[in-house]
Design a protein around this ligand. Sequence first.
Ligand code: ATP
Ligand code: MG
Length: 333
Amino acid sequence: MQIGITYDLQAEYLAQGMSEESTAEFDRPDTIEAVDDTLKSLGFATDRIGHIQNLAERLVAGSRWDMVFNIAEGVRGFGREAQVPALLDAYDIPYTFSDPLVLSLTLHKGMTKHVIRDLGIPTPDFRVIESEPDIRSTDLPFPLFAKPVAEGTGKGIGASSVIRTKRELSMVCRSLLGRFRQPVLLERFMPGREFTVGIMGTGRASEAIGAIEVFLRKGAEPAAYSYHNKKRFEAVVEYRPAADETAQKAVEVALAAWRGLGCRDGGRIDLRADAEGMPNFLEVNPLAGLNPEISDLPILCTLAGMTYRDLIARIMDSALARVENRNRFAAAA
Ligand SMILES: Nc1ncnc2c1ncn2[C@@H]1O[C@H](COP(=O)(O)OP(=O)(O)OP(=O)(O)O)[C@@H](O)[C@H]1O
Ligand SMILES: [Mg+2]
């Protein structure tokens, strides 16, 4: 079975003059190496396709694959993670992970929270700040937390993300609006324990592989799992498997969100507890990082006793089951 691999390599974009921060979500060569080697060890033939332009050229030239292992993040716009899946849908080529609807929705943390709230899943009260007047009309009580509405890897998150006064509110929102050229998500600050939950599978067949609690060590930037803390995680962050009552609640909330949003095959959900200790949904990562050493999902798997090979195998099993189902329906029709 021929598996294409789509991805955005950080080095290619750095070479084009993009900054370290704006390329932070793109992949390192050793991630592609690990995914490719593991797929081969599972018995698949692989083909490294690369980014969407490479994919478009290959498609037009007539290349086809039985399945594409897609971890391309995309470069521009709220639809950037959805571009490769949309193109593959147009050519009727199956792929791992979520579809364009889910990937566009979940890239926008504000729109995602509207859906999450409508599903009755706990998430901090919020406003999406598009411009100066929105800052002035904000009526949420302090403390608040501000972040760019559609970034990952802690981009735009740091010591100043926690907001306690009107003055800070105005300064931080204006700075984020200017720096990231996109709306700011303003949320109630969650003061409690932080969890990330790893999930494998799709829909009713999805299950949590475990919750880990994120602790910031001495020397970490305070209050948040920020860009700098993520970069220096070996020194300043500690991950501990958690299975107590609150962690179980976090797993329940995460699974409800995963299924409610329609995420597929595998990923991660981040949560933080409110003042009452209830884990609240913060965001979902339907294209979670897959570097075996430095990405949260593989780290979580290792702590849960699951190998990297099993992680990739389960992602493939889940994606292939979808194709089998589709073929069965087609045959029955
Ligand atoms: N409302 C909030 N209250 C308290 N802390 C928050 C809140 N929102 C975010 N944080 C902190 O900021 C961190 C990063 O937020 P979030 O997970 O939304 O960003 P991200 O950059 O998309 O993360 P990832 O690297 O997982 O893609 C969280 O892990 C948490 O520590
Ligand atoms: Mg996160």
